[in-house]
Structure formats: structure tokens, C-alpha cells
Design a protein around this ligand. Sequence first.
Ligand SMILES: C[S@@+](CC[C@H](N)C(=O)[O-])C[C@H]1O[C@@H](n2cnc3c(N)ncnc32)[C@H](O)[C@@H]1O
Length: 302
Amino acid sequence: MKDEEVRRSPLFYVGDKYKLITEIKTFFPKQIKRFVEPFVGGGSVFLNVEAESYLLNDLDKNIIEIHQFLCSQNKEETHFFEDIFEVITHYGLSCSYKKDVVPLSLKQQYKKTYYAHFNKEGFTKLKNDYNASDRSNILWLYVLLIYGFNRMLRFNSKRDYNLPVGNIDFNKNVYSALVNYFSITKKRKIYWKSLDFRRFFEQEKFSKNDFIYFDPPYLITFSEYNKYWTAQEERDLLLILDNLSTKGISFAISNVTHYKNKENKKFIEWAKKYQLNPIKSNYISYHDNTIKDFNEVLVTNY
Ligand SMILES: C[S@@+](CC[C@H](N)C(=O)[O-])C[C@H]1O[C@@H](n2cnc3c(N)ncnc32)[C@H](O)[C@@H]1O
């Protein structure tokens, strides 16, 4: 697959595999019957992998709800775009995909942050409306994701969405990522789940027809979704992987073995049983985008 053909997920997920998928895929089997991802996140991997069917899971219910919502729209593309542009217009948000509406004076005053200034009021109104609602409007949630800080989703203890406005809007990248997502998913058989990976492996049955790609949170790096990933989760995951191998089921798992002065010794030791393939990483930490000293790997059992 050439770089320009890589499909970007319209969820623009922090820590996604968009930039690494071309390299990672070179290690994947050439023919895949069922492609399974227990940690699907934004979906950059499954979007770029051909298989007969897909079983995709993530603990984050909001992410899965957005995927399911977008999949439900994949045959109604025109309606979807009418609806999303109506929300954008209703809340007075900029939409550079359609038209540049930000006044020159604002651009001159806030050279790098004019979108955030322009959209702050409408975004806050949408956020308040969403939080006051029964949270069933997934289109609103998706618009919050697109216009919110770092294109992330975060909720407080009351389950209120609580990120500030971001400095980006609905542009042509969002539009083409959505069009690609619709055209890919409408041709595919996809099953979605939202479970902790341990429950997922208890509930589902797996066979030699499956290829399972794991992209779990990394124990030694930082990200929103790493918060609840402890040595216990890591141990449970490695056990599941060993069990799969015993049953002759193929897997590949991404991970980071070294990060700044930290080392994931347990993972490195465990990986000795399998093939450890170095990946030319370009991981950008959410907290410090200058950090470059880490090793990303892909471990395969085939
Ligand atoms: C590194 S991200 C996956 C990124 C994905 N490969 C992509 O390209 O967007 C790890 C994912 O694991 C999910 N996760 C964290 N803990 C989990 C758990 N216990 N069970 C299942 N998923 C979990 C997070 O919500 C996050 O989406």
C-alpha cells in the first residue's frame, strides 16, 4: 500500500496507527478471514486491512457509539452531511470545508488561535446542550469531537463532556475521512463490541480463522486512555496472548518497550517467546511532543 492510499479515521484518534499502518501491515498475514481488534480506538488499522469480516472492540463506549453511528449512516451519506452541516450552522461554528467565514480582523489578532476564538461561543452552547440532554445525540458528540480540544473526548465524574474548544474546524480532511469511512464500511461485515478486553475474550469464541491485532494502552507512556492501564491489566493481557498461541491462533501486538528512561521489562521478557519486530516509530506524546527516545515494536506469534 502506498502512503497516499492510507485511509484516515474520521475520529482523528490521539495515538492512532495512521502513520505506522503501512509498516505494521507488512507483518500481517496476506489473507485474513476474520480480523479482530480488541483495542480498536479510532479504527485506523481495521480501515486499512482487508478481511472477510471484522470483530472490533474498545472499552470506551463513546468511541464505539460514534463508530456504530457512522456505520449506520454509511448508506445515507447525503443525509448525514445535511444533518451535520445543519448542526454546524445552528451553533454558528466555522466550516472551512464549505467557506472561510472567520473575519480577517480576528485572524490578525489571533494569528494561531483564531478558530478557537471564533468557535468558542457556539461550541460552549453545543457542549451545554449536549450535557443537559439524555446524551443520545451521537451526531452532537461527533461535532464536539471535531471542534473540541485535540479532537479528544473527555468526561468528568458527572459524565459531562468537559473539554474546551479546539483550534480547528470541519475542514476538507474531515470531509474526506468521512467519505472514505462510509465507502469502506458499507462494503464490510463489521461487528462492534464495547467491553473490557478480559470480558471480550470470555464472551467471544476464537478460531484459527481469526487474526487478532492488539494495540493496547502502553504501560510506560502517557495518554488519556492509559490512566487505568496497570501492571495487572498487562499481566492479564499477556496470559490471554499465550492462551491464543497455545490454540494456534495468530496475533500481532504493538507496544513500546523503551520510553525515555523507562523500560517495560515484563513485556520484553514475555516477547522472547515470539518474534519481536522493531517499528520505525513516530509516536508523539500528548504531554510532550518533543520526546523521541523510545522503541516501538510489533510482536507476532507466527
Ligand atoms: C493505543 S489505543 C488504540 C489506537 C488504535 N489502534 C487506533 O489506531 O486508533 C488503545 C485503546 O485501548 C482502549 N482500552 C483501554 N483499556 C481497555 C480495556 N481494559 N479493554 C479494552 N479496551 C481498552 C482505549 O480506549 C484505547 O482506545
